[in-house]
Ligand binder design. Structure first.
Ligand code: FAD
Length: 410
């Protein structure tokens, strides 16, 4: 149902999902696939964000297989990362080997996230109950008698009111939804930020590491065929002092860590080409209130450590669909059912966040303050005991308590 006036439109739907990232698009698609009316709001005009994680994990590929979409999905351009290795002081160290995962795809698919989100959007649009509103930014929640009953948003043409039985906040780590809902956040503090930039790449450069540690510096390089997406780790709050050293010093650091980037790094010649991404790890104490649920980074902001935030967001979406679809097909969702989503997902999130915090403290923070980054016996173990590489492979590739598709096509 929709009523329009000059500058304000009102839509009524069963579920309003705020934020078209991995969590929001997967949830929107799954609900629509089961015949639930869903409206997904995304503030940007498209999915072309440069700073989104590019990793599609084996667990997500398994979900796509369960949905019957895997073959089509893998036709999109992607790279297959079957093992993760790091280069520590020039020495290559294998970290994770996905060969033994109990999944069909024993690799991480590297794909620009906009391709993945466009794929989910196209699949969602095949169902009449799916509506995606781009360039629509949620600005406030609507509350009646202690329950959230909808969302106010702005669009290029005016104001949009979305009345819904359930609002799901999937609007990421700076979530407006959780802030407006007054949900209390536990912040775990993170000692790092990331400088995010592109460096042109010779497509002929072959297999390389994902992480590079040397002389107290740490960098991640993602191969995007004709350019590297580079994440250079800095101590939190130090961007200004790094800028004062000049862009040539940053070029030299990158060249020292990964000499094969060559003179192409000189094309990174202005701070305008460098984005500062602030890293957070936090978690809501309670992910819900009457009429509202938060999932993904909106419920628990994930650090880039381990590259697992996208996986957690997708797993949250699948659990939410599994637990709430039945009720949403009928009408409003009770608070007890919302609580069941938190109960289901809180433990895996705690495990992964604890791991990320440990990595920040013991590894990344040490690497950017002291030259000796990893104890030699750890390097020896990873190089000579292949079994050890299976645990990080499982945590990165699948994660604790993996979800499976339990909903059906309606
Ligand atoms: C530097 C960095 C690198 C990372 N790299 C990786 C990686 O390689 N692999 C990995 O798995 N994880 C990575 N992560 C973590 C990962 O990005 C997040 O955990 C993941 O994106 C969370 O997904 P989400 O759907 O919950 O939120 P998001 O991906 O943040 O999506 C939220 C969406 O909501 C939209 N939105 C926000 N506010 C509003 C509003 N008011 N109205 C409407 N729409 C709104 C946003 O535009 C966005 O599209 C990285 C994180 C950082 C900081």
């Amino acid at each position: 149902m929709s009523t329009a006036s000059q500058s304000q439109e009102t839509i009524t739907t069963r579920c309003c999902v705020v934020g078209g990232g991995p969590a929001g698009m997967m949830l929107g698609f799954l609900l629509a696939r089961s015949g639930v009316e869903v409206v997904v709001l995304e503030k940007h005009r498209d999915f072309l964000r440069d700073f989104r994680g590019d990793t599609i994990h084996p667990s997500t590929l398994e979900l796509l297989a369960e949905l019957g979409l895997l073959t089509e999905f893998l036709q999109l351009p992607h790279q297959e990362l079957r093992a993760v290795q790091a280069t520590v002081n020039g020495q290559t160290v294998p970290i994770a080997d996905f060969a033994h995962l109990p999944t069909q795809c024993k690799f991480i698919a590297f794909m620009p996230q906009w391709d993945f989100l466009n794929f989910l959007a196209a699949k969602g649009k095949q169902y009449p109950t799916f509506r995606l509103h781009l360039q629509t930014e949620a600005t406030d929640l609507m509350e009646e008698k202690g329950a959230i009953v909808g969302v106010q948003a702005t669009t290029p043409t005016g104001k949009l009111i979305i009345r819904a039985d359930l609002v799901v906040g999937t609007d990421g780590r700076n979530s407006l939804v959780r802030q407006k809902a007054g949900l209390s956040v536990q912040d775990f503090g993170v000692p790092i930020d990331v400088l995010w930039m592109r460096i042109p790449k010779d497509p002929a450069i072959g297999e390389m590491s994902l992480g590079y540690f040397k002389s107290g510096k740490f960098m991640v390089l993602i191969d995007r065929h004709d350019y590297f997406q580079c994440g250079y780790i800095i101590p939190k709050g130090q961007f200004d002092s790094i800028k004062q050293r000049g862009i040539a010093a940053l070029q030299a650091d990158i060249r020292e860590l990964a000499p094969f980037v060559g003179d192409q790094v000189n094309e990174l010649n202005s701070w305008d080409q460098v984005s500062l991404l602030t890293v957070k790890v936090d978690r809501l104490r309670q992910w819900y209130k009457p009429g509202l649920l938060c999932i993904g980074d909106a419920a628990h902001a994930m650090s880039p450590a381990g590259g697992v935030g996208v996986n957690m967001a997708i797993q949250d979406a699948v659990a939410t669909a599994n637990l709430l679809t039945g009720s949403l097909q009928e009408g409003p969702v009770g608070v007890q059912q919302l609580a069941s989503v938190q109960r289901r997902r809180q433990w895996p999130v705690r495990v992964i966040q604890a791991g990320q915090i440990a990595v920040h403290k013991r590894l990344i923070n040490a690497s950017i303050t002291q030259p000796a980054v990893v104890p030699p016996y750890i390097i020896w173990l990873f190089r000579h005991v292949p079994l050890i590489r299976r645990l990080p492979a499982y945590l990165i590739g699948i994660g604790p308590r993996p979800e499976h598709i339990r909903t059906t096509v309606n």
